[in-house]
Design a protein around this ligand. Structure first.
Ligand code: ZN
Ligand code: ZN
Length: 146
């Protein structure tokens, strides 16, 4: 299946009508390893030379969030929402104090710890939130070279 066809299927699968703009936003989110703000997406859209204004980007992101294609999060002390393709993966982020990037971390020891606590305290844990702060490997490298 061609990537465009695949995305068309994803959109219609959740009841969203296909359009060039929606397709592009989905594509950009599919290819991003990191959660993005609407503004960052907007800049990437302009580079792709497809006309769309920022409010349309927000509307499409809201629609995607409502349909579960995208997750919307506020991380750290940022007051801007970060949007990310919902891949149903469990992960956390290292927030780099220098470059402010969010680096995904796919390992999590808390599932096991949670089950231990559930048993010990007779509670039910539904989810958890962890934010790690530090320096990404790029910034660490630069610090060493400086
Ligand atoms: Zn960094
Ligand atoms: Zn976790």
């Amino acid at each position: 299946m061609k990537p465009t066809e695949e995305r068309k299927k994803i959109l219609t699968g959740v009841g969203i009508k296909y359009s060039k703009q929606r397709d592009l936003i989905l594509e950009l989110l599919n290819h991003s390893e990191m959660p993005l703000t609407a503004e960052t997406l907007y800049i990437q859209i302009q580079a792709a030379e497809i006309s769309m204004n920022l409010s349309t980007v927000y509307r499409v992101l809201d629609l995607f969030t409502m349909k579960g294609l995208v997750t919307k999060n506020y991380i750290g002390d940022m007051n801007k929402a970060l949007y990310e393709r919902n891949r149903m993966e469990h992960k956390h982020y290292l927030i780099c104090l220098k470059c402010k990037r969010n680096i995904p971390i796919y390992e999590c020891p808390l599932e096991k710890f949670g089950r231990y606590l559930e048993e010990k305290m007779n509670i039910d844990i539904v989810s958890h939130k962890v934010e790690l702060y530090g320096y990404c490997s790029d910034c660490k490298q630069k610090q060493m070279e400086a």
